[in-house]
Design a protein around this ligand. Structure first.
Ligand code: PLP
Length: 495
C-alpha cells in the first residue's frame, strides 16, 4: 500500500515519501505526516532472527513505500556499516533494573548518527527518483549533536552542500570542537550570538522566504533540511525500537506480544515520536515516558494540556534537550486532533503569536500512552553517580535525565513492565558533567584532560570520534548575529 504524506497544516496536498524527504518542511511551514501509519506485515517473532539492517529494511519499507527494495537496501547498507563501532549497531545493555539502548555507536557518538548516517543516502536517492537538477543545500540549526552528525553525513556527498548554525555558548567544548574541525569541500559551520531557539527560528524563516528561494533556484540550488523535522530522519529512528524488542526476544527476556515501556530523553520530540510511530505500527509498547530536564515545557504539557514556551530558557548539563519549542510535537498534536490540519494550524498560529496553546479535553484523552517526567540537575548528577557506584556503568547526562525520570516513575507508579531507556550519547561526549557527578575532584579539569580519566573509570576505550578531534585543526571560525544568518548562507554559496 502506498503511504502518502501531507502537511500538518494543510490536508489537501499529497506527496510521495521521496518528495517529502526532498522538501524537508512543507511550503506552509507544517511538517510532513503519513496519511496512514502502516501496520507491520510480518510476524513479530521474526524479529529475533533479524539483524539491525534487516529490521531497518522491514520497518522502513512500509513507511517509505515509493522506494524500491534495491534503493532502500542500498541506503541501509551505506549507512549502517563500519562507521559504527559494533555490528549490533544499537546494543542493549542491562544495568540496575533497566535496559539501556545504546544509540551512540556511530561516527559522532550520539544518537543522531542513527538517522543522519542514512539521510544523505535517502536524499540523493530521492533526488534521482524525482529527476532533481538542483544542488541540495542543507540548512541546519543545532543544539550540538545534530550539527556534527549532519556534517559527518553530508561532507563531500556529491550534489549536496551543508550549512550548520549553533548557539555560540550553548554547546559543549567537545561538540564545538567536533563541528569546527569538520573537513569537506561542501560544508560551512557558523556560531550565532543567541540560543538554540534563535538558530532554529532563523533557519525556519529562511525555509519560508520566497524571495530567497527564488534567488537560490536561479543559481541552481534548492534548500532542504536535515533537522529532525525531516521525515527522512524520523523514519529510520523507528527501526531501533523494533530492533530493541527483537533483542529482548532473542535473549528470552520477553515472549512475543509482551509489552515494554520506553523512556526517551527528549528535546525536539523526534526520538520519542519515532517510538510512538513504532507503537502504532504494532510494536507492543505500553508507556512512552517523555523525560525532560529543567526546561520542562513538555512535562507541564503532559500534566496540564497547555504548551507554554513563555519561560526562562535554562542552560543545563544536557544541552541537547535545552529546547522550549519542540518542533516534532506538532506531529503528535495533528494526530491527537484526529489528523485535523486546520485545528493543528490554528494551535500553531497561537504558539507563534502568544507563545502558547491549550489542547482540548478530547485531544488530551488521546495522550494516555504518554507519561511526562523531569529531572533537575542535582537529580541527574545523582543518577550518574548511583548507577556507576552500583554497576560501574557510566551514562551521559541526557541518558541520566531519562534514567532518573524512570526511577521516579517506577517508584511512584509501581509499574514493573520491562523497560528500555534510550541512551542517546556516549559519556565521552559530555565528560565534564559526567565526571564531576562521579567525583568532585574532576570538576576543575578540562574536558580534554578528562578523556583519559574517563577511560580509566569506565573501562570503555576512548571512541575513535573523540581521539580524532583531539589534535584536529580548526577549519571554521565564523560567528554572526542572529539577524545575519541569511547573509552567511548566501556568501557561502557565492550568490
Ligand atoms: C538530540 C538529542 C536529544 C533529544 O532528542 P529529540 O529527538 O530532539 O527529542 C537527547 N539526547 C541527545 C544526546 C541528543 O543529541
Amino acid at each position: 500500500m502506498e503511504v502518502l504524506y501531507s502537511s500538518t497544516r494543510d490536508g489537501s496536498k499529497f506527496y510521495k515519501a521521496s518528495e517529502a524527504i526532498l522538501k524537508g518542511l512543507a511550503d506552509d511551514g507544517g511538517l510532513f505526516v503519513p496519511n496512514t501509519i502502516p501496520a507491520f506485515d510480518f510476524d513479530i517473532n521474526k524479529l529475533k532472527d533479524w539483524d539491525y539492517k534487516e529490521t531497518a529494511y522491514q520497518v522502513m519499507k512500509l513507511v517509505l513505500s515509493d522506494f524500491t527494495e534495491e534503493e532502500l537496501r542500498n541506503c541501509i547498507n551505506n549507512a549502517y556499516d563500519s562507521k559504527f563501532d559494533t555490528e549490533e549497531i544499537a546494543p542493549l545493555v542491562y544495568a540496575d533494573g533497566a535496559y539501556y539502548l545504546e544509540l551512540f555507536h556511530g561516527a559522532t557518538i550520539a544518537f543522531k548518527d542513527m538517522a543522519l548516517s542514512i539521510l544523505p543516502h535517502l536524499m540523493t536517492t530521492s533526488a534521482k527518483k524525482n529527476n532533481l537538477k538542483e544542488k541540495i543545500i542543507i540548512l541546519t540549526a543545532t543544539s550540538g549533536d545534530t550539527g556534527k552528525a549532519a556534517l559527518a553525513g553530508f561532507a563531500d556527498v556529491p550534489g549536496t552542500g551543508i550549512v550548520v548554525f549553533y548557539p555560540k555558548d550553548g554547546v559543549s567544548k567537545i561538540q564545538e570542537k567536533q563541528m569546527v574541525t569538520q573537513r569537506g569541500n561542501n560544508v560551512k559551520v557558523v556560531a550565532i550570538k543567541g540560543n538554540f531557539d534563535d538558530a532554529q527560528t532563523g533557519v525556519k524563516e529562511m525555509f519560508g522566504d520566497e524571495a530567497l528561494k527564488a534567488k537560490l533556484a536561479a543559481n541552481g540550488y534548492v534548500f532542504s533540511s536535515a533537522n529532525s523535522i525531516n521525515i527522512g530522519r524520523l523514519v529510520p529512528q523507528i527501526a531501533y525500537y523494533v530492533y530493541a524488542y527483537g533483542t529482548l526476544l532473542k535473549e528470552g527476556k520477553i515472549a512475543a506480544g509482551d509489552k515494554m515501556n520506553v523512556v526517551v530523553p527528549t528535546g525536539n520530540f523526534g526520538n520519542i515520536l519515532a517510538a510512538f510511530y513504532a507503537k502504532n505500527m504494532g510494536l507492543p509498547i505500553a508507556k512512552l515516558i517523555c523525560a525532560s530536564n529543567d526546561n520542562k515545557v513538555l512535562y507541564d504539557f503532559f500534566q496540564t494540556g497547555e504548551y507554554d514556551r513563555n519561560r526562562e530558557f535554562i542552560l543545563t548539563s544536557s544541552p541537547s534537550m535545552d529546547i522550549l519549542i519542540s518542533s516534532n510535537l506538532e506531529r503528535l498534536i495533528y494526530y491527537i486532533a484526529g489528523n485535523d490540519a486546520t485545528k493543528n494550524a490554528s494551535l500553531m498560529a497561537e504558539l507563534k503569536s502568544e507563545g502558547k496553546y491549550t489542547i482540548t479535553d478530547e485531544m488530551k484523552a488521546n495522550l494516555t500512552d504518554f507519561v511526562g517526567g523531569y529531572a533537575s540537575e542535582a537529580r541527574c548528577a545523582k543518577m550518574i553517580k548511583d548507577l556507576y557506584d552500583k554497576c560501574g556503568y557510566v551514562i551521559d547526562t541526557h541518558t541520566a535525565v531519562a534514567g532518573a525520570v524512570y526511577e521516579d516513575y517506577k517508584q511512584a507508579s509501581g509499574d514493573d513492565t520491562i523497560t528500555v531507556i534510550a541512551s542517546t550519547a556516549s559519556p565521552y561526549k559530555f565528560m565534564g558533567s559526567v565526571m564531576s557527578a562521579i567525583d568532585d575532584k574532576y570538576a576543575s579539569m578540562d574536558d580534554f584532560a578528562l578523556i583519559d580519566e574517563l577511560e580509566k573509570v569506565a573501562s570503555v576505550a576512548v571512541p575513535k570520534a573523540v581521539d580524532d578531534i583531539r589534535n584536529a585543526p580548526v577549519l571554521h571560525n565564523n560567528v554572526c548575529e542572529k539577524n545575519e544568518m541569511e547573509q552567511a548562507v548566501t556568501s557561502f554559496l557565492g550568490i
